[in-house]
Design a protein around this ligand. Structure first.
Ligand SMILES: [Zn+2]
Length: 334
């Protein structure tokens, strides 16, 4: 009896010391970076979607799908960014606690823009058919039935009832430092619920991470100060959160926020915008064909924006390098 209670006490104390760190999976590299910052030396989350892939359309490799099945805690942006992942996420083993960051009441969201000419909302055409499904959208070749097109324009309503797979909100919400700071806190709380023994560490790491984000934001404000009046054209409508956080002006994009292929008419309108507004810089992205940007940029300046960290080593610092590099790309292209 005496032996038994001693072993129970032994078990409890070692159980306390050797508490299991949750198996965590994240969708994209910036979120991986934030979660890794909170976990610190205690563990490392798994990254589901490689940073050099586009999250808007991706097929998981078997090893990536397997890591999801084994996960205890999952942080992902949500179906607005990765519509193809939604079914997998709803069919996971019950043990997994899933946090959809775009769905949190704390997350600041901006609307999904239905136009790629940001200052000319009324003039833009809605150059895809709202009844088409996502796979058709990617095959879009721009052939439009003009009568149907006009009808569609009349129906244009801002997209709250949209049926394309992208939601009513712009899914690139990690490019807001404020959102990242909120999520650090959420991540720490979720980890603490699963692993209460390390609550103090998770919360302290999150607080340090938040202070680091403030520092990065200050750096970015300085980097962007000389280019506050410059107007840019970007590859796809992914930068609203960054634009609003730091006050820079993106006049238009080649593609909508779901990165669907632009029709010839959309490309034409962007070319018109570039000449009309005196745009001097067009920014491409590592995941997409540079030829499209080259075709419209002519002899304008070009640069690369890397909103997913494709060109950065995956580590806790990635989030900061990603934002800072974006600021430098804007500044350099002015
Ligand atoms: Zn995107």
């Amino acid at each position: 009896m005496k032996y038994l209670s001693a072993s129970i006490i032994f078990f409890m104390t070692t159980g306390h010391v050797m508490a299991n760190i949750p198996k965590v999976v994240t969708d994209i590299a910036p979120i991986h970076s934030l979660v890794a910052r909170v976990m610190g030396d205690l563990g490392t989350p798994k990254l589901l979607i490689p940073a050099n892939a586009t999250p808007h359309e991706y097929a998981l490799r078997p090893s990536e799908a397997e890591s999801l099945q084994e996960a205890e805690l999952i942080f992902w942006m949500g179906e607005g960014l990765t519509p193809w992942l939604e079914r997998t996420m709803t069919n996971l083993p019950k043990k997994a606690d899933v946090v959809e960051l775009l769905d949190l009441p704390e997350t600041n969201l901006l609307p999904f823009r239905q136009t790629t000419l940001f200052g000319h909302h009324q003039d833009d055409d809605h150059d895809h058919d709202r009844t088409k499904d996502k796979s058709d959208l990617y095959k879009e070749d721009g052939h439009q039935d003009d009568a149907k097109h006009e009808k569609e324009k009349a129906h244009h309503d801002g997209g709250s009832d949209d049926d394309h797979g992208h939601g009513a909100h712009d899914p690139h919400a990690w490019l807001s430092p404020d959102n990242a700071k909120i999520w650090l806190q959420v991540i720490a709380q979720k980890l603490s619920q699963m692993d209460p023994d390390h609550q103090a560490t998770y919360l302290a790491n999150a607080a340090e991470g938040q202070a680091e984000i403030d520092q990065t934001s200050d750096d970015i404000t300085k980097i962007l100060k000389p280019v506050m009046n410059v107007k840019y054209v970007v590859f796809h409508d992914a930068y609203q959160y960054f634009e609003q956080s730091f006050g820079i002006s993106v006049s238009g994009a080649l593609s909508l926020g779901d990165a669907s292929a632009p029709s010839p008419s959309r490309i034409e309108k962007i070319q018109h915008l570039i000449s009309q507004e005196g745009i001097t810089c067009v920014l491409a992205e590592p995941q997409y064909n540079p030829k499209l940007v080259a075709a419209i940029s002519g002899n304008l300046k070009t640069g690369i924006l890397d909103p997913l960290g494709a060109r950065i080593k995956t580590e806790p610092k990635l989030f900061h390098d990603l934002l800072r590099n974006m600021a430098k790309s804007f500044a350099k292209c002015a």
